[in-house]
Design a binder for this molecule. Structure first.
Ligand SMILES: Cc1cc2nc3c(=O)[nH]c(=O)nc-3n(C[C@H](O)[C@H](O)[C@H](O)COP(=O)(O)OP(=O)(O)OC[C@H]3O[C@@H](n4cnc5c(N)ncnc54)[C@H](O)[C@@H]3O)c2cc1C
Ligand SMILES: *[C@@H]1O[C@H](CO)[C@@H](O)[C@H](O)[C@H]1NC(C)=O
Ligand SMILES: *[C@@H]1O[C@H](CO)[C@@H](O)[C@H](O)[C@H]1NC(C)=O
Ligand SMILES: *[C@@H]1O[C@H](CO)[C@@H](O)[C@H](O)[C@H]1NC(C)=O
Length: 517
């Protein structure tokens, strides 16, 4: 009682103070203030066609289901909760937010949207970096109503509701002796991670990408039919959803192969100040080249924040204590940490130890380069790029500039690749470039520069002799507008185009946004 009353009070306070705060943020143009208000205050009029569709979807809700699906307009509790997203520049103000709890209600919504041809979006963990990919001014279908995590009786697979974040999944499986190949850091959603061709996991060196462990997907097709898809039942559709994003329907359940999980793993976050950058470059290179242990992984993030460059480094070992030599490159004398939280802990605790929420809620962009290997000059250029774009922050309301280096084992995909729309037979190594800023007037600047920095780093690798013509940009990291040839490669892109026509002849999924193919 008390806690719900104080929650209500807190929400009321938030609702009142957000627009106020926005008007107080000083800008020459009023840009930030305008945008923040637009995000939190309803437009003067909602589009009548969209409103009409919302009402039809609401009327079709099965009232006998428990829990019952909900549809809310601006001001509703779930509506307001749903407006938060990791990257604020990817946000929109939906006419209504629909949270189906049954496949049947999800199906009637998709049917109504298709008939009335309404703009819509499908959202899971809301971590998309690209505007419109999971946001809309029309109907937002939030998958939050599908949050089951069920380990099968024989423990060989797990059914995962598409509206979960990975944190929930790990919490549910903790202590079972089993896990699945999922996200590495806190807050990321299951739905986008898998449909975006993912995902890159702490378990990837051992078991491949998450899409390589997909056994079955339960979805609503673009024409509004509830359907179960496996590699055997419909190989084309099964292939397409493994990277084709929101183009082939709305998935409400993923059946994922389980993998063994020891109770205690090891790792966590270390941070380094700028005087250690050379050591970080050397150690990252040594690890990338010499590590042979598939249970070990690191993600050094070279970043620039609060006026200086530095490093956040996440490490993982799939066991309670790593063999001494595995992370030796990071433990050399004189290689000093600023903070260190490497320790034995549960898998879920390790995922929660990531600092990724620190930049949540800012404007931002992701982009990527796909390498085949890392060299010292590539890593040094990443440091140089971090310094350069860090130096641009004061002039373009920049807050955070970062490059996530993800040195998986060479040939990690060799024994695990089960295909899919995002080609990964060449064991691609995706670099995640992530910039954040505050002023909407700087959107164009950072979008242009993130493409420039990616092009420069790619050119560096090509100059060193890497052939990058047969590796493509990871859909979950690539910036909107990247051509399908660059995201999927010409062959996959062509097959996706053909399959779209077959599975969605009326182009219903074209009413939401994704990469064009
Ligand atoms: C902090 C952070 C950490 C990350 N860490 C990793 C990582 O470790 N490994 C990795 O591989 N990637 C990682 N990513 C990238 C991540 O995979 C993408 O951002 C992904 O799109 C997030 O999924 P979501 O469900 O949270 O996003 P949403 O914004 O909800 O959805 C993303 C896209 O998927 C579509 N979609 C979502 N669910 C469904 C569904 N059920 N059916 C059909 N379409 C659907 C949406 O319409 C949208 O186009 C990270 C991203 C961030 C911001
Ligand atoms: C209302 O939204 C629909 C799609 O959802 C769009 O086709 C139509 O043009 C919009 N109308 C106005 C007046 O913006
Ligand atoms: C990070 O934010 C998400 C909301 O996006 C939340 O669910 C999660 O618990 C947060 N993680 C931590 C470690 O606070
Ligand atoms: C460092 O980055 C800047 C900006 O991209 C670039 O102009 C410069 O040539 C780079 N320096 C080196 C040594 O490559």
């Amino acid at each position: 009682m008390t806690s719900s009353r104080s929650l209500t009070a807190l929400l009321a306070l938030l609702a009142l103070s957000l627009p106020l705060l926005a008007t107080l943020i000083p800008t020459a143009s009023g840009g930030i203030a305008d945008q923040a208000i637009r995000r939190t205050v309803a437009p003067r009029f909602f589009n009548a066609t969209n409103l009409d569709a919302c009402k039809a979807i609401e009327a079709a809700i099965d009232r006998t289901a428990t829990p019952v699906s909900t549809l809310e307009y601006f001001g509703g509790f779930n509506y307001l909760l749903s407006t938060g997203r990791y990257i604020s520049s990817a946000a929109n103000t939906p006419t209504c937010v629909f949270i189906p709890t049954t496949p049947k209600d999800l199906a009637s919504a998709v049917k109504i949207i298709g008939q009335k041809r309404i703009s819509f979006a499908v959202s899971s963990g809301r971590h998309a970096s690209n505007a419109g990919f999971s946001s809309t001014t029309g109907v937002e279908i939030s998958l939050k109503g599908f949050q089951h995590v069920t380990l099968s009786q024989d423990k060989s697979y797990v059914d995962v509701g598409s509206g979960n974040i990975w944190d929930n999944v790990y919490a549910a499986l903790e202590g079972s002796g089993y896990n699945i190949v999922g996200g590495r850091v806190t807050g990321v959603g299951v739905g986008g991670f898998i449909t975006g061709g993912g995902g890159f996991s702490w378990k990837t060196n051992q078991y491949g990408l998450t899409i390589d462990t997909l056994l079955q997907a339960d979805l609503v097709t673009p024409s509004g039919k509830v359907q179960t898809v496996t590699a055997a039942s419909d190989p084309d559709l099964f292939w397409a959803i493994k990277g084709g994003g929101n183009r082939f329907g709305v998935i409400y359940n993923f059946r994922l192969k389980s993998v063994p999980q020891v109770a205690q793993v090891w790792g966590g976050l270390r941070t380094y100040t700028q005087d250690q950058l050379d050591n970080v470059v050397q150690a990252t290179y040594d690890f990338a080249v010499h590590n042979k242990d598939p249970k070990a992984q690191v993600i050094p993030t070279i970043n620039h924040v609060l006026g200086q460059p530095g490093v956040s480094l996440l490490a993982f070992y799939d066991g309670p204590t790593p063999p001494a030599d595995v992370f030796a490159a990071f433990n050399k004398p004189g290689f000093n940490t600023f903070t260190s939280d490497w320790k034995t802990r549960s898998f879920g605790d390790l995922v929660r130890s990531s600092p990724s929420n620190a930049t949540a809620g800012q404007r931002g962009a992701f982009h990527s380069v796909t390498f085949k290997s890392y060299s010292i000059p590539i890593l040094q250029q990443i440091v140089n790029q971090t310094r350069y774009y860090g130096s641009q922050q004061p002039f373009h309301s920049g807050v955070f500039t970062s490059y996530d280096v993800e040195p998986f084992l060479p040939n990690y995909a060799a024994g695990t690749n089960k295909g899919g729309a995002w080609p990964h037979d060449q064991s691609p190594l995706p670099l995640n470039i992530y910039f954040t800023w505050l002023n909407p007037l700087d959107d164009a600047f950072w979008a242009k520069e993130i493409k420039k920095t990616a092009a420069l780093l790619r050119a560096q690798a090509v100059k060193e002799g890497q052939n990058l013509d047969d590796v493509y940009l990871y859909p979950n990291y690539a910036i909107a507008g990247t051509s399908s040839n660059k995201v999927y490669g010409p062959q996959s892109a062509q097959r996706l185009r053909t399959l779209r026509k077959k599975y969605d002849p009326k182009n219903v999924m074209g009413l939401t946004t994704y990469f064009e193919f």
